[in-house]
Design a protein around this ligand. Structure first.
Ligand SMILES: NC(=O)c1ccc[n+]([C@@H]2O[C@H](COP(=O)([O-])OP(=O)(O)OC[C@H]3O[C@@H](n4cnc5c(N)ncnc54)[C@H](OP(=O)(O)O)[C@@H]3O)[C@@H](O)[C@H]2O)c1
Length: 274
């Protein structure tokens, strides 16, 4: 990316942070400013922030006064997230579809100068129960669920690794599911969804080994059965409020350090079997 492009791309950040503002304001020919500790307002990037758990994460981190890059597939239709952005000047909404690898790279390039303390892979799909019944398996759904739930988060981590490495907290956190725990399976259901979360777990454990020497912490958290659109149709009494699920995960994400990298934690912070 050349200097003009960098200045243009960071101009949108000018209202959000002093470093970005200084870069945007730098005159042609001047050296670009380097980040100082004061520039490093803690920053989180969240995928799938339009609703459910991702929206609640965005709200929590915005309330902490962190810089929140709340991404979603279609900002024009993400009304609740847009309303949150109106309340919090420290939250920006960015378009990001985790199936669009070129789009992920483009967003990473636009934020090339932005350290990201927590990269939070939250976006995910269930695939629909009816597509995952043995005898009537919809094989196309398998590809879709894997692409969103496993390949998408991996691509996001790969694209943003330098941003995370440049940050203070250096965390790559992913919302997995106890349904991905092979050791916990006691009945047949959700073939595709479960497989995608098991694959996601393996990808993130690999990544934990890959990045440990660079000081990057990779972690997997789980919300438990939570009352979002994801669980529509299930009796409410089986589900926990989204606020409780996010409280648990935020606590565990805060707690993750390099000695824990690669762990897969349940809602109480206990290690789940693979
Ligand atoms: N709810 C539970 O009980 C539960 C339990 C275990 C694990 N989880 C995990 O928690 C995460 C969040 O789930 P949720 O309950 O909040 O589900 P949700 O209410 O259905 O929200 C899913 C989010 O993912 C986004 N998304 C879907 N496909 C995407 C794509 N290709 N690119 C970017 N974003 C995409 C959706 O965006 P749109 O608005 O554009 O569709 C939405 O923001 C998922 O990873 C899920 O597997 C949930």
């Amino acid at each position: 990316m050349d200097r003009r492009e960098l200045i243009r791309s960071t101009a949108a950040l000018a209202t959000m942070g002093t470093l970005a503002g200084r870069i945007a304001a730098a005159a042609e020919g001047e050296p670009l400013p380097t980040p100082t500790p004061a520039d490093q307002q803690t920053t989180v990037l969240i995928t799938g922030a339009s609703r459910g758990i991702g929206l609640e994460f965005a709200q929590r981190y915005a309330a902490r006064d962190w810089r929140v890059l709340a991404t979603c597939r279609d900002p024009g239709r993400a009304e609740a997230l847009q309303a949150l952005a109106k309340k919090h000047a420290n939250l920006v909404v960015e378009p990001l579809d985790v199936l669009d690898h070129a789009g992920i790279d483009a967003l990473a390039a636009r934020y090339a100068t932005q350290p990201i303390d927590i990269l939070l892979n939250n976006a995910g799909i269930g695939g629909g129960m009816e597509n995952q019944l043995f005898g009537r398996l919809n094989y196309a759904t398998f590809n879709e669920v894997m692409a969103v739930n496993a390949i998408g988060p991996m691509k996001v981590c790969e694209a943003f690794v330098k941003h995370v490495e440049a940050s203070r907290l250096r965390k790559m956190m992913t919302v997995s599911s106890s349904q991905g725990s092979i050791g916990s399976v006691d009945a047949a259901r959700l073939y595709w969804y479960r497989s995608s979360k098991s694959a996601l777990n393996m990808l993130m454990v690999n990544l934990a080994f890959q990045l440990k020497s660079r000081g990057i912490i990779v972690g997997l958290v789980t919300p438990g059965a939570t009352d979002t659109d994801f669980m529509k149709g299930l009796p409410k009494k089986m589900l926990r409020p989204v606020a409780d699920a996010v409280t648990d995960m935020v606590r565990e994400i805060d707690r993750f350090d390099l000695s824990m990298t690669g762990q897969f934690l349940d809602t109480k912070g206990q290690i789940l079997p693979w």
